[in-house]
Design a protein around this ligand. Structure first.
Ligand code: ZN
Length: 193
């Protein structure tokens, strides 16, 4: 991965996009395409913002709380870019954990999802990264992350299966070890559907 501080070379993207347009036989000087390379460059800066974001900044709102049951944030919308085709995959994330005296501000859970989604990703890795970040930094009893997403690279090209949804999960701690805790969290996630 690129260094977090490194700025995106937008001029290089512009040049590359121009090359793609020429390669597919387009007239890069026609009105509709004139500003496309610059627009696409700005788009990638936005879509890959998470590469230059440090998720640790969201740990500033960690509170002490004597709560030791499941905390679940359900249906967090996210969008990411698949690293195989650079096409979007869009869906929802469910993030649950059982705190040990430390809870994270609820909007920060969503920010952590956003930070890891704003990178070139696979859906499997996205689930692991979110789960491992929370496990390492909050040290809860367990973390469960379930992602459901539709991949453009499957719906508009290749096998062309619109409506298909991929589900990935990452279970850590008690959610991995204890079947009762696992069933409890998975049914809490499912009940919201
Ligand atoms: Zn793909």
């Amino acid at each position: 991965m690129a260094k977090k501080t490194k700025k995106v070379d937008t001029q290089r993207i512009e040049k590359a996009v121009r090359e793609i347009l020429l390669a597919v036989g387009e007239d890069v000087d026609r009105e509709g395409l004139k500003d496309t390379p610059a627009r696409v460059a700005r788009m990638y800066v936005e879509l890959l913002r998470g590469m230059r974001e440090d998720p640790n900044v969201h740990l500033k709102s960690v509170f002490t709380e004597k709560y030791d049951e499941i905390v679940l944030l359900r249906d967090i919308p996210f969008y990411s870019l698949c690293e195989h085709h650079m096409l979007p995959f869009i869906g929802t994330a469910n993030v649950a954990y059982v705190p040990v005296e430390k809870v994270l501000g609820v909007s920060k859970l969503a920010r952590v999802v956003d930070c890891y989604a704003g990178r070139l990703q696979t859906q499997e890795r996205l689930a692991y990264q979110i789960a491992d970040f929370i496990m390492t930094n909050l040290k809860p009893m367990g973390v469960a992350v379930v992602l459901e997403a539709s991949h453009s690279c499957m719906t508009i090209r290749g096998v062309k299966k619109p409506g298909s949804v991929m589900v990935t999960s990452a279970l850590r701690g008690i959610f991995r070890k204890d079947p009762r805790s696992r069933n409890e969290v998975l049914s809490l996630i499912r009940d919201g559907k």
